[in-house]
Design a protein around this ligand. Sequence first.
Ligand SMILES: Nc1ncnc2c1ncn2[C@@H]1O[C@H](COP(=O)(O)OP(=O)(O)OP(=O)(O)O)[C@@H](O)[C@H]1O
Ligand SMILES: [Mg+2]
Length: 371
Amino acid sequence: MIFRKLELSDFRNIEDLEMIPGEKVNIICGENAQGKTNLMEALWLFTGAKSFRQTKDSEFIRFGTEKARLKADFYSENREQNAEITFSPSKSIKKNGIDIKTSAEYAGTCGGVVFSPSHMNLFRDGPKERRRLADTSLCQLYPKYISVLSDYNKVLLQRNTVLKDARYHSGLIDMLDVYDEQLARLGGNIIRTRVAYCESLNKKAAEIYKGMSAGREEFFAEYKTTVLSEDEHAESSLSTADWAQKLYNALQTSRNFDFEHGSTSMGPHRDDIEVTLDGMPVRSFGSQGQQRSCILSLKLGEAKLLGEAMGEPPLILLDDVMSELDSVRRDYILNSIGESQIFLTCCDKELFSGLSEGKVFIMEKGKIKET
Ligand SMILES: Nc1ncnc2c1ncn2[C@@H]1O[C@H](COP(=O)(O)OP(=O)(O)OP(=O)(O)O)[C@@H](O)[C@H]1O
Ligand SMILES: [Mg+2]
């Protein structure tokens, strides 16, 4: 997708903004707390994904006002389109003038990849962030995945409640059979989808890592699921039904353990994505530079997969990550984004003084100016 025009009003610290971005590189410079990330967040919301910051919808509305409005004209799916998102405080979306009822209905409109400083901690954080990496893309690739994920989480919550309450009401235990069956069916679908995604992502990311590191180490990323033992590999040839069966068996086996702990220990909500370099987990053994290169490879790999699946280059947002990277990696990114439109923020304009094409904007107190 390519943004043609963006208009924001009362969105976070941005009272009123109109921006005509360039088709390729857009650099947004400004001091701290001027609204750069807010702008990136607004762009990101048009991909249909949730904010990349963990926020409530009401937080988007500028303090002291009642309604945030975001409007964009963009080119996607071989045509000019527009969308409008409002928060007042609940969210409503219009696409090409038509009301959109659910996130799933909007998802798939435009693909995007975002890369922010929090991603730099991907290997230091827990598995939740790594699962999110896969889920964010999968929700864009397969809008139905959003509802499978949300149904799974609902059943999981119910099962956990029963595990806790059954101590006092033993009659509830029978309900676990129903939940186990439902969890296995939904979870099997999630595991199958993530295993296939990780396999494709690995192929792209390994190629990128090779280019970035001059083939020094071998990159390998794989989905690690709790329903297999540590040394087993998740085979992509397994069907949803196969995974459902494995998860069902795991839930049955772990029931006593889960009962004692009052939570569900097996299933996609506990799974992880493991990245190794020459067979060594980068999480425990990778240097900071190696970890960054792995993260970059995964993000750029994600962009490639989205681009292929959607048949058009995805939007790329790089919030504040350029100054954390050395110049070799910075150049690598700018040379490998293909036809994508890219927005990147930084505090130091000089970082891109050598840039031959693209637009540079200055952001100050929520207002933007092209230089
Ligand atoms: N709902 C809101 N209403 C008004 N201001 C808000 C709202 N939400 C956030 N802000 C303010 O927006 C300001 C700019 O935030 P933003 O994260 O975009 O800054 P930034 O330019 O990315 O800075 P940095 O370089 O430090 O990352 C913050 O000072 C924050 O307090
Ligand atoms: Mg910021």
